[in-house]
Design a protein around this ligand. Sequence first.
Ligand code: NIG
Ligand code: FE
Length: 402
Amino acid sequence: MSRDLLVTGIGELATNAPRSPDLVGVVREAAVAIRAGRVAWAGAQADLPDGFEDLPRFDVDGRAVVPGFVDAHTHLVFAGDRSDEFCRRLRGEAYEDILASGGGIHATVAATRAASFDDLAEAGAARAWRLLRQGTTTVEVKSGYGLDVDSEVKILEAARAVGERVPLDVVPTFLGAHVTARGMGREDYLRLVSGEMLAACAPLARYCDVFCDRGAFTVDEARRVLRAGRERGLRPRIHAEQLAHTGAAALAAELGAASADHLEHATAEDAALLRQAGVVAVLLPAAAFSMRAPQAPARLLWDAGVTVALATDCNPGTSYVESMPFVIALACLQMGLTPEEALWAATRGGALALDEADKGWVVEGAVADLAVLEAPSYRHLPYRPGSDLVWALIKDGALVVG
Ligand code: NIG
Ligand code: FE
């Protein structure tokens, strides 16, 4: 596949160039030159320098172009169906009660353990294609529906297979500490996660995550698992302050985690700690939306100077959402972010949350991941929730959709 391209006729290009007064670095009547999958030049088409005449040309006829979305938090690889649980929640049953009675995450664990590797990888790849169709070019994928050594390994290997079958980048995270496996004592399970399971999974993952919350793991337990992960080379990230305020965000700051995710119950003190420690806040508005819960204090976090990312949290329990454009709409309509902040958080913010410094922007040297919108402006992303606005997608300089 060719990784050279000259994209012309861009009506509005959002570059996320640093220090842009409008945050997203809009250039009008723009062009982007791509060589070997990297941005070689971006700017106003009238200023295009010589030397790109040989590139194959792709004219987008006045459409808007944004960086490919970086979805920094998903549980994409799972089997089974929890639409019954969704209906029970609509009728008023609580997520935590369903989980405590052996349903919820445990239902997905049973189905995922029973699934063959091929079926699991195929289900993940089908979801990844739908993410891609909606503009996502990099996706983080967590394990955590296996809860035994072989099944956690199977999920992480399936995540890798997804990245081989679908033209997007997969960043794998080990989430053995999602909940305690049924039938096991808490202490035994924690020993397994930080020992044999981590040893088997660490070579397949970049990060270690813990569901640190009421009904899952405590701050002390999470610290233990994340330290063990760090000793095996996995940087920490934490499911923090989603169902209750437990101190997980402070733990993320203490450990210098890559991110603290969810944060529905985060406070101003948490925001100050995250900012000081340089921890990215990965906000998941589709989870609160699907749970009919209050949204995370995005405004407070942003205004405190915390780096904010947006992600889908795609999972079968709390957020079966595959669309970053829909997440951007929720961030504007329910969290009070501006369209510029939401676009930045869904692209550059996600890249920073995943330590992918050369993604999420359209500057010289960046990975050439671009979404072409069937719209004149990125503003249409939050303005038209649920619409199918991705007209074409360029991954590593190659046209993969459209
Ligand atoms: O991010 N909070 C914990 N984990 C997932 C939900 C998992 C599930 O219900 O299957 C989340 O919301
Ligand atoms: Fe999650």
